[in-house]
Design a protein around this ligand. Structure first.
Ligand code: ZN
Length: 318
């Protein structure tokens, strides 16, 4: 077709990317902006065909250190609804909303959920701040643990809040939003039961995991798995043999069964940890973002299943 301009071809290409990135909303649909990929998926499930969801921080993105660009302010300005997590996760949102003119209503998905305090200092560490991804990057959660989505029951609450937010800006879609929310809620409740059943297969004393990403406090509280920060391994920079020796001592002393140290990429050091302690080195847990399509965690439900599969496999030592 000779009638296509280069620009319209680019636009058509962008549309096929769905909500995986900052994409122009389709005219007929309600333009909704979600702050990060996990929330974008949840909003898309509740909104269904009526909404065009744009995610600011896309798959594999780090919302903690993200910096909005002028194009993001335009997206927020054009949105009929903005959905954020809250609990201090999106420290950049007030500025972005102001830059966008502050017109679109903002729904905070964690509204009504009793907050959980973040581990301020952990007694497994000599006060160096190691193992605290979230103290890095110059952001501040105000002492709250924002990772509420790691408990599926919280996402059931997100769904109700998002449903009501959508109905408020698009009352004509009430029946659709209510039906979508009810169906998704049933799926999430089954997922929550699935997680409990999976964890129940692991002996209580084996539910002790080390992870460098301090994002599983909500999961720990909800499902009874203990997550400890690694000693000796900084979240910045290379692991040293001395640090690894310290980690090995911790694993033995605390009877840890599984280690997920995402930033520790030196295979020889990981092999040494595994060999000297007998722990299983797990794969990559998804904490704050989905994977791209085709990856192991393209949706929230997939993400929870992926994490639980990895955790239970590592804790069981198989
Ligand atoms: Zn995080």
């Amino acid at each position: 077709m000779f009638g296509f301009t280069r620009r319209s071809l680019v636009f058509a290409g962008l549309l096929t990317a769905a909500f995986a990135g900052p994409v122009a909303a389709e005219e007929a649909k309600l333009p909704v902006v979600a702050s990060f990929s996990i929330l974008g998926d949840v909003v898309a499930r509740v909104g269904g065909e009526r909404v065009a969801v744009t995610t600011l921080v896309g798959p594999n993105g780090d919302a903690h250190v993200w910096q909005p660009k002028p194009a993001d302010a335009r997206l927020v300005a054009e949105a009929k609804l903005v959905v954020i997590n809250g609990f201090g996760f999106e420290g950049w949102m007030p500025k972005l909303a102001a830059a966008a003119g502050g017109k679109a209503p903002i729904v905070v998905a964690t509204t009504g959920i009793a907050p959980r305090q973040a581990a301020e200092d952990d007694d497994h560490d000599a006060g160096k701040g190691h193992g605290h991804d979230h103290d890095k990057g110059g952001h501040d959660h105000g002492g709250l643990d924002p990772h509420a989505w790691q408990s599926v029951a919280n996402v059931v609450a997100y769904v109700a809040t998002i449903r009501d937010g959508l109905i408020a800006v698009d009352p004509g879609g009430r029946a659709v939003y209510e039906a979508n929310a009810a169906a998704y809620r049933a799926e999430l409740e089954a997922l929550d039961a699935e997680v409990r059943a999976a964890v129940a297969t692991i002996a209580k004393e084996k539910r002790r995991v080390i992870t460098s990403h301090d994002a599983f406090g909500w999961f720990a509280d909800a499902y009874g798995v203990e997550f400890l920060a690694p000693q000796g391994i900084s979240t910045e920079g290379e692991a040293t043999p001395k640090g690894v020796a310290k980690l090995i001592r911790q694993i033995k002393a605390e009877k840890i069964t599984a280690v997920f140290v995402e930033n520790m990429t030196d295979k020889r050091l990981l092999d040494r940890v595994a060999k000297e302690t007998g722990v299983t080195i797990g794969g990559e847990l998804y904490a704050d973002a989905l994977s791209p399509k085709g990856g192991p965690a393209p949706t929230y439900v997939d993400m929870v299943r992926h994490n639980v599969r990895l955790l239970t496999k590592a804790m069981a030592g198989v």
